[in-house]
Design a protein around this ligand. Sequence first.
Ligand code: PL4
Length: 453
Amino acid sequence: MFSMTTSTSSLLGKQLSSSSSKHLTKEQPKRHDKINVKVAAMSNVSRNPNMAQLRAGYLFPEIARIRNAHLEKNPDAKIISLGIGDTTEPIPAPIVSGMANAALALGTVAGYEKTGGYGSEAGQQPLRDLIVKRFYSEKTKINASEIFVSDGSKCDISRMQQMFGPGRKVAVQDPAYPAYVDSSVINGHCTGYDEKTKRYENIVYMECVPGNDFFPNLEAAKDADIIFFCSPNNPTGAAATRAQCKELVDFANKNGQIVIYDAAYAFYIENPDCPKTIYEIEGSETCCIESCSFSKYAGFTGLRLGWTVVPEALKFADGSSVRFDWNRCMCTAFNGASNVAQGGGLAALSDEGWKSMQETVGFYKENAKMLKKTFEELGFKVYGAVDAPYVWVDFDGRDSWEVFTEILTKTDIVTTPGAGFGPTGDGFVRMSAFCHRDNLETAIERLKKEFAK
Ligand code: PL4
C-alpha cells in the first residue's frame, strides 16, 4: 500500500506518473494496492466512497504510463506495443468515403436538415436497420427498435450500471475486461476489498482457466443479479460454444438474472460451433442485453461507434420493460452518436465496407496466429488467437507483473499482465494482435531471442 500527499492537483499528476514508474522495480505497487490521494486545498464535498474503494488506476492508462516511463529511461528504445488492444491499421477506404460524404453533407442546407443536429439518441434509422440486416436478421428475431446505436461498448457498459442502480450483486468471468469490475465498484455494488484474495467483496468472480476450457462454473453466480459475460473473451480469447451459451441462458432464466453479453469481438469468431450473437440461443431474449462495437471491426476505437441490443421481451421483476428504461437512460445521459461516425457505420455495413472489414479483421487474426505459433515454438502453452485478437500465454504461475516488466526491459515490447484482468489471470500475459506486420515480425524476433525455454 502507498499513499500520497500533495498541495496542488498539478503536482498530483506528476506524483501519479512517477508512482507508475515503480512498476519497473522490484517494489512496484500492484494493481490492487490502494491509493490514498490527499490534497491540502479542500472543498466541503465528501469523496464518493465508491471511488475511494478502487484499487490503483484503470488498467490501460496505467500500462500506457509504464510504457512512457520506460521510454523516458530508455529514449532510444524502439517500443512495440502488443499491450492495449487498440487498432493500428487505417480505416478502409470505402468506410472513410462514407464518413467524408457524411461530413460534407453537413455543409449543405439539405444535408444538414437530413442528418445534422442532435438526431435520435438511439441512432439513425437506416443504421439501426442495417445493423439488424447484417448481424441479426439471419438467425435471430431482433428488430431495429431493439438496437440502440452509441459511442461504443465501454460507454454503454457504464451507462447500464447507471440504469441498474447501486447495490447489485454482479458476477464476472475471471479474468475479464476490467471495465466490468471497475464500473461495478464506482456504481456502488461492492462492499470492500479483500487484500488476501485480491477480490472486491460482493462481486462474484467466476474462474475461467484452461482446466474448465475457460467456461466458468455458473453455480458460483447463483445469487448474482447481473452476469457480465464476454465472448470471445478478453483476455483469454476463448469463444463460448453454442452449448455453453445455452447453459448460460438457461441458468440466467432459471435464476431470474440479466446477462450483459459483450460481443465486441464476435466478428473474429471462426469456429462454426460458436454463435456470433447470444440471440442465436433460444430463451436469450428474456435474459440478455448484448453490447457490440465498430471499434475492432472497422478501426473505430477513436471515432467511437457501437450499439447495444435490448430486447422488448426483457423485463424487470415488476414486469416493466428494460428497453424502456434503457431508452430513458440514453435520452438522459447521451445525445446520440456523432453523425459523421454513423456515416462511417453505414458505409461499413455496405457490401464494399463489409468486405473491407473482413479483410482488416483477417489481417489481425493472421497476426494473432503468428504470435501463437511463436510462443508455442518457444515451448509455452498458449490460448486464444483463433476466434479473437488476443493471445493468452501461460507463464507457469509466475507473477504476471514481473513477467510484464521482464518482457518490457528485455525486448522493449509492451504486453498486458494477466493479473490486470482479475486474480485468476495471474501467471498469464496477454498479447494483443493489433500491430503493424513489420513491427510484429520484429517483436517475434526479439521474443525468440530472449524467451527460448
Ligand atoms: C483500452 C470486451 C481493449 N481505453 O471501444 P469500445 O468502447 O466500443 O469497446 C471497448 C471494449 C469493450 N468490450 C471489450 C473490450 O475488450 C473493449 C476494449 N478493450 C483492451 O485492450 O482490452 C481496449 C482497452 C480502452 C478501454 O478501456 O476500453
